[in-house]
Write a protein that binds this ligand. Structure first.
Ligand code: BG6
Length: 506
């Protein structure tokens, strides 16, 4: 049910890559849901653009199919769609040709006259990264709006393919826009449970005294995916999972766990604290890479009764590709809070199941007084933050099993986003789009943040690029990845924690 009448400025959103998968799967369903919740400005217009020619009508029909397939709120009601879709139009354009931008300019002018007010103008680059600079340059060369207060540019990932290219891209963008106009997306930051970590850590007094090396033994961050590279072979075979997932999503999760409390929610204060974490991460030097980083590539196998291809057999992938589809790494954050606490990060494609979670494992009790009972070792407490598909924050504590003996049992204290709460939780793109409309950069990546994240992964990236693996593929589809990944964490006396399906104990 609508509960907020939105007071934002009139807004024009131009979506470059308007006919792409991301637009249909994520951007338009997110905007539609914001519309249903009365969160969009009263006056807004969405202009999709790509090279292919369409009528507005055909374009809208395609977008509606996307909503019906992908929106968390299910199929659109006819009357809602009719009211929303009048705000959408389509303009075929060659985005490399500066002349095509004149047409956008005349549409914006028309809207300005109609609305009798200057709108915010948002440029969304949902295109291949090699076009980011071209779009920015053409915006600057054309008569298109670039008011430093009301114009914003949204840049999808990947932001660069290494430190140098990320720096060059930042430099170019910053000659045209101010930092406060640039919105670099990392959609993990918009996920509901990820945002809740800030509330959980900083709105509860009981967390802070526990949140450090004295009480925490180690941290695991896992983002495992059952899917393979699907139809993104040509992109992925140039990237690999270190670039695709670790440099951005997993390192950002690590920052949220490790950051110091910011003074308030000011976007720069929050981002300063995250940058501090990245700067404190122990530099991985070439000689130690094999001890702290493991890579893998999936082979063929069976997933849910269907035979699936190995990575090298996927479309548009090199048949002797050395690209990794799995990575596990161990990091340290060298500061007072985290000295000596390992952070293990793991992600991969074609793994046993899709699940994203963070596990904070607390230390053992200093003295075991329960040694005369059936299960004589109290298990270590864990905080389990499940991001998806289950959404929950769970404390695992030890408790007495009801009965005549003093037997121990692990019990869960759970905050579960079950049922309605889960359905009502906005998708990451809803949060992120609303933030860009209202000009809030807190959940977006700042230039120095992206560069600091690249700095962390560069030594591994360089080493992996220059040292081929002879045993690829080294894990079958539908497994938990290569054996070495187990060895990486087992050396320290731990094991990867794979969560059971909901409601079952590990
Ligand atoms: C994207 C990666 O950024 O994140 C994909 O490019 C990956 O390879 C995706 O599949 C995972 O996102 P989510 O939200 O489905 O966990």
């Amino acid at each position: 049910m609508p509960y907020t009448i939105n007071a934002h400025k009139p807004t024009v959103l131009i979506v470059f890559g308007g006919n792409g998968d991301l637009t249909k799967r994520k951007i338009i369903p997110a905007l539609f849901n914001l519309y249903l919740e009365n969160r969009l400005p009263e006056k807004f217009a969405i202009i999709g653009t790509s090279r292919t020619k369409f009528t507005d009508e055909k374009y809208r029909t395609d977008l509606l199919a996307g909503i019906n397939k992908f929106s968390r709120t299910g199929k659109a009601k006819k009357e809602d769609w009719a009211k929303f879709s009048v705000n959408i139009s389509y303009q075929a354009a060659d985005i490399k040709d500066v002349a095509s931008y004149d047409e956008f300019e005349s549409t914006i002018s028309k809207l300005k006259n109609e609305w009798k007010e200057d709108p915010s103008v948002l440029y969304y680059c949902a295109v291949s990264p090699d076009l980011f600079c071209t779009i920015a340059e053409n915006i600057s060369k054309s008569k298109l709006e670039n008011n430093h207060e009301t114009t914003r540019i949204i840049i999808e990932k990947p932001f660069g393919r290494d430190l140098e290219s990320a720096k060059a891209l930042n430099k170019k963008l910053l000659t045209i826009f101010d930092e406060k106009q640039i919105y670099r997306i990392d959609h993990y930051l918009g996920k509901e449970v990820v945002q809740n970590v800030m509330a959980f850590r900083f709105a509860n007094t009981i967390m802070e005294p526990l949140w450090n090396r004295t009480h925490i033994e180690h941290v695991q961050i896992s983002v495992t995916e059952q899917i393979g590279v699907e139809d993104r072979g040509s992109y992925f075979d140039n990237a690999g999972i270190l670039r695709d997932m670790i440099q951005n999503h997993l390192l950002q999760l690590l920052c949220i766990i490790a950051m110091e409390p910011p003074v308030n929610f000011d976007a720069d204060l929050v981002r300063d604290k995250k940058v501090e974490v990245l700067k404190a991460m122990r530099k991985i030097v070439p000689g130690m890479i094999d001890k702290v980083a493991v890579r893998g590539q999936y082979g063929a196998g069976w997933v849910e009764g269907k035979e699936v291809l190995g990575y090298r057999e996927e479309a548009e992938v090199n048949e002797d590709s050395n690209i990794e589809t799995f990575a596990a790494l161990k990091f340290y954050v060298d500061n007072w809070r985290w000295q000596g606490v390992p952070f293990y990060l793991r992600t991969g494609k074609r793994l046993f199941k899709s699940a994203s979670h963070i596990i904070i494992q607390f230390r053992e009790v200093p003295h075991n007084m329960f040694n005369n009972v059936e299960r004589n070792l109290p298990k270590q407490n864990r905080l389990i933050i499940s991001i998806q598909p289950d959404m929950s924050i769970k404390f695992q504590l030890e408790s007495k099993t009801p009965g005549l003996e003093m037997n121990l049992n692990t019990v869960d204290m759970v905050f579960d986003y079950d049922g309605k709460t889960k359905i009502d939780s906005p998708e990451a793109y809803e949060t992120l789009l609303l933030d860009v409309i209202s000009g809030d950069q807190t959940l977006y990546m700042r230039a120095d943040q992206v560069e600091a994240a690249w700095e962390v992964v560069m030594p591994v990236l360089d080493y992996w690029e220059n040292n081929k693996m002879n045993d690829f593929p080294n894990y079958p589809a539908n497994s938990w990845g290569p054996e070495n990944a187990e060895a990486l964490i087992a050396k320290d006396g731990f094991h990867w924690i794979n969560l059971p399906d909901k409601n079952k104990k590990e």
